[in-house]
Write a protein that binds this ligand. Sequence first.
Ligand SMILES: Cc1cc2nc3c(=O)[nH]c(=O)nc-3n(C[C@H](O)[C@H](O)[C@H](O)COP(=O)(O)OP(=O)(O)OC[C@H]3O[C@@H](n4cnc5c(N)ncnc54)[C@H](O)[C@@H]3O)c2cc1C
Length: 429
Amino acid sequence: MAWSNWAGNVADRATLRCPRTPQEVAEEVRSAADEGRRVRPVGSGHSFTPIAQADDLRLDLRHLSGIVSADRATGRVRVLAGTPLRVLNQALDLLGLAMPNLGDIDAQTIAGATSTGTHGTGATLPGLAGAIAGLRLVTPDGSARWVDASEPDLFAAARVGLGALGIITEIELACLPAYRLRAVERPDALDAVLPRIQEHFDAHRHFEMYWFPGTRRVQTKANDLVADDVQEPLAEWRRRLDDEFLSNTFFGAAQRVITRVPRTVLPFNEVAARALSARTYTAPSHEVFVTPRSVRFVESEYAVPREAVADVLTDLAAWVERRREPISFPVEVRVAAPDDMWLSTGYGRANAYVAVHQFTRGDHRAYFAAFEEIVAAHAGRPHWGKMHALGAAELSVLYPRHGDFVALRDRLDPDRVLTNAYLDRVLGA
Ligand SMILES: Cc1cc2nc3c(=O)[nH]c(=O)nc-3n(C[C@H](O)[C@H](O)[C@H](O)COP(=O)(O)OP(=O)(O)OC[C@H]3O[C@@H](n4cnc5c(N)ncnc54)[C@H](O)[C@@H]3O)c2cc1C
């Protein structure tokens, strides 16, 4: 059965299995282990790395979707692992609850997103896996167990588990009462924002910046809590113009032109940086976080200690200026709080995230390689779902608990029922 990820840069022809219940998941894993086969769980295929690639059996948990139970008073919600974030967000909204933070799309499944350390932005907020209070894990021998803080090591490893320790069938989330955000988005100058970026990070619940390579222009987004009765909706025509036409339809057409005629990239970036004008609106949190993305790209993203972010951007800007590469996607800059999850980019460190993108038909190689060299000087930790060239030796230095994770994996999956080539590279065979 042919499969490829969202970006189209990873594909395989593994045998597809779609279990309908957690019990069927356990049976699939048990019989695969008995027969000496390999199993790979897959979510929505939104990782840019081959982390979800299967070379034997692919376990797709699309039927394990929806809320299992919810306690509005405590905010604890149990959800099936294959639930897409868009389904989760709507269901939480109906319950008067919301995720503490989200990334910028809602296509991923809850287990897929948390397993790679997916994050949003916010100096006081960890990645999505930080909201996990417990999870049900089918380990490679086919047995199921509930994992929570009462087993601190397994809990610290399994929340960002790369799909290497077992198949998650259910997750308990610690949600917040539903909240509204006021979004303030505006164009600015890189040279005005960058020297004060730490203040911006700390001044807002969520702050992010998009820098247009080859220009000194940025677009900033600051989202803060507002009272429930504040209503400043975004006009529908404005949403369509900014989020659908400028950010997708026009942007996609421009990418095709730039791929054919690379010298158009600089004028395009100057125009793009000015096309998105200032806007302020309020909406339920998940509507503010999530934006549509129809233009396909590839991406690399690294977490660096947040105080290093200005140096990273300065070096990247100098490289872009020197090389004049046709880079037509803005560079995204975010922030997150430290956490205690072993393979989380945020383990024990407050980070800024810098993400570089390139159109799928363009050539990303020189750009991403230069980016990786720049972040390497700041102990950059790669996002597990976004392109990077590192292997277990380098990662074991960057992630202080990498060795403990590998030891746990050796214990839980000695026969490597769950592995693939990517896991062999980043964890060791
Ligand atoms: C357009 C776009 C926007 C994005 N925006 C962001 C963003 O804002 N922030 C960010 O941090 N990342 C972002 N990402 C990256 C994305 O969130 C991650 O790669 C995420 O892991 C994808 O989730 P998925 O459901 O598609 O999982 P997949 O890519 O299918 O799988 C990811 C991993 O999860 C494992 N897995 C899946 N299901 C299970 C399970 N039930 N049990 C155990 N393991 C499982 C897989 O084996 C694999 O290792 C974005 C990606 C795209 C394409």
